[in-house]
Write a protein that binds this ligand. Structure first.
Ligand SMILES: NC(=O)c1ccc[n+]([C@@H]2O[C@H](COP(=O)([O-])OP(=O)(O)OC[C@H]3O[C@@H](n4cnc5c(N)ncnc54)[C@H](OP(=O)(O)O)[C@@H]3O)[C@@H](O)[C@H]2O)c1
Length: 249
């Protein structure tokens, strides 16, 4: 039986069912928050780290913080996390390519979801950097040519992901040059209540998607908020995936 939090995602889960997820750099706020939200749907998650002991401690802390939930979250080295069915790249952007090169052999033929944004803060401004291949995701794809790389999740605030008591409602843009990666990533996103995955086309879209994060983070700094993305004009369109129902808090 599906976990109650995932009941609304039944239609997408039936299409693609990745059973476990490994998060490279999973000990950071984004990795821990994403692990929590996925694990709360019954998905097994491994937090990857350069230090397996640190990852084990972090994983235990996340589980201990939510005693009312049944959470399958473990910690391991990045290479062990890359043994999962689906792998998420969640290191800082400048570490993404070296991290991927180190574990590339483990992700051949697998879906890798890159959430990294290349940003730099200058005073009160948050600025987007343009990586050599146009996006972090494209650089990660070049570092692991056997992987099916998608980009997604750039606009999800870690602080909200990491707190099940906070309402999470967002559109999640997914792009990839591999239809299997798009479908798998959208199915995974749809498991999380409140998220609506949207097919944003090929991996070339990652450049604009990553760069727009600078605008969102700038808004968050100015308004002391945790804004995310919500697109108008798509509700009621039968071609658009349904948003997974948001549980009462
Ligand atoms: N924070 C957000 O709200 C948010 C939202 C959407 C997307 N993102 C993106 O998600 C990624 C992770 O964000 P975050 O805030 O969780 O980042 P973070 O805390 O700065 O880094 C995540 C983890 O990456 C590992 N790491 C740090 N430097 C590294 C290096 N030089 N080489 C290899 N691994 C390294 C660390 O784990 P170990 O020390 O345990 O190895 C760290 O805990 C970023 O690319 C960010 O742009 C963040």
């Amino acid at each position: 039986m599906l976990h109650p939090r995932v009941a609304g995602a039944r239609w997408l889960c039936a299409k693609v069912s990745p059973v476990n997820v490994g998060i490279l750099g999973g000990t950071g706020p984004l990795g821990r928050g994403l692990a929590l939200r996925l694990a709360a749907t019954g998905t097994s998650v491994v937090l990857g780290s350069r230090d397996p002991e640190r990852a084990a401690v972090m994983a235990a802390e996340v589980v201990a913080a939510w005693p009312g939930e049944t959470l399958a979250i473990d910690g391991a080295g990045n290479a062990a996390a890359a043994a999962a069915d689906v792998v998420v790249m969640a290191t800082p952007w400048e570490a993404a390519v070296p991290t991927m090169r180190d574990i590339a052999e483990h992700v051949a033929g697998k879906v890798v979801i890159c959430v990294a944004n290349a940003l730099v803060r200058e005073g009160s401004d948050m600025l987007a950097l343009i990586p050599p291949r146009g996006s972090v995701a494209a650089s990660v794809a070049a570092a692991a040519p056997g992987a099916l790389v998608a980009a997604a999740g750039h606009h999800l605030p870690a602080a909200v992901l990491g707190d099940l008591d906070r309402r999470l409602v967002a559109d999640v843009l997914v792009c990839s040059d591999h239809p299997e990666a798009t479908a798998t990533t959208m199915a995974l996103v749809a498991r999380i209540p409140g998220l609506r995955p949207l097919d944003a086309g090929g991996l070339a879209s990652a450049a604009a998607i990553e760069a727009f994060t600078a605008v969102l983070v700038g808004l968050n700094i100015r308004y002391k908020a945790h804004s995310t993305l919500g697109l108008a004009g798509l509700d009621g369109n039968s071609r658009v995936p349904l948003r997974t129902e948001v549980p009462e808090l």
